[in-house]
Ligand binder design. Sequence first.
Ligand code: GLN
Length: 470
Amino acid sequence: MISDMTVEELMESVKKGKMKSDEIVDYFKKRSEELDKKLSAYISKCEIKENEGGLNGIPFAVKDNMQLEGTKTTCASKILENYGSTYTATAVKRLLNEGAVALAKTNMDEFAMGSSTEFSAFFPTKNPWDLGRVPGGSSGGSAAAVAAGMVPFALGSDTGGSIRQPASFCGIVGYKPSYGLVSRYGLAAFASSMDQIGPLAKSVRDAALITEIMAGKDPKDATTVDKKIDLLKGVENSIEGMRMAIPKEFLKDLSPDVKMVFQEAIEKFEKMGTKIEEVSIPSLKYAVSVYYIIAPAEASSNLSRYDGIRYGLRIEEDTIDGIYNQTRNKGFGREVKRRIMLGTFTLSATYYDAYFDKAQKVRTLIKREMDEVLSSHDAILGPTTPNVAFKFGELSSPLDYYLQDIYTIPANLAGLPAMSLPMGFVNNMPIGLQIMTKRFEDAKMMRIARSYEKARGKFPMPKLNGGDER
Ligand code: GLN
């Protein structure tokens, strides 16, 4: 079935003349049309093709916090509901240059703050495995679209887990590249010291192929590095003899079901000839707390630009303060306001030392402890999420949501590459395995992920009707 095919398989069939690029685009457009009625993965649809290249006819979807000329970029927020993109993000541009065809902008939690896509100001997206459950977030629209075969791959952004957590919930591959590998130019800033663009895809090789195209120095983003990282070269090589670390802290509160699936994954690694060692990274217990000081602090500063004057929504009032006030009051949702208030508080003169400054120090500690483990081990393994996708309305307090990212946040704090790939099912819902390596050892991470993928075998896709016979 075409909807099951990876990017590589689609490219191959075009090359062999079995399919035409136009047919592929039409197929995915039609399937998207039908399945989006069930899943609500897209905020807007488009058909943007700019160039001929190796990705000819390969459709993709873009999270709606990335600029793409010819589309709106809403960040799933009322404040940007009618904001038209004025340029195209570098990462997206590079894919268009290779011939890929952008078909949609995907739903997300407002300004990428959330873990379920329930915090979109427009509508929630559904999980293709169970329409009563969330797809995860904040890149939930991208994850649902890929899992449902509406597009062969999609782009997401990951500040604390927003690519990997929805990938885990939807049974697909999600990859957050090392900080600095992919340009953030054109990505609406949330927490700039942690934001990264990355792919959601059906296979490890696809994730590598897509990222290779997007990655590399961009004069428009000073944090990008001038490093050539060849993600596909050597990806099929054996990982025999490698040493894998499993932090005790990742196992502590795991439910028996998830533990069992993770145990099976670990046994596969043992069979592949790797050494498994339990380690301790004591500072990991502070990761969520540190993240929820640093991310809101950066967000409160980044979001100050939405003031009713320069972008998007404006509520007319008699005074300038009135405009700011009412525009931000009506334009931002509850979670975004919560973060802005939190961030403004921890950055205030009185509390800066007690909160923000201290959090920065603990961030350094976490980074150091993780780097140390990775100086004697090739990778850190663990489950991506503590649980499978939850039902709509199941979580209520902000803290319940914040704890969804307990395993994914450390990679963002430390700038490490990290990937989630499907490792099995709990209660008929997929759950992911997370692999982290040293910063810029993305190629090694790919190789480990690919080895596991081969040992695991093909992972099923959810059964959905639309576009074709299944
Ligand atoms: N769920 C986390 C948050 O709400 C991470 C979001 C993200 O990675 N963009 O901040």
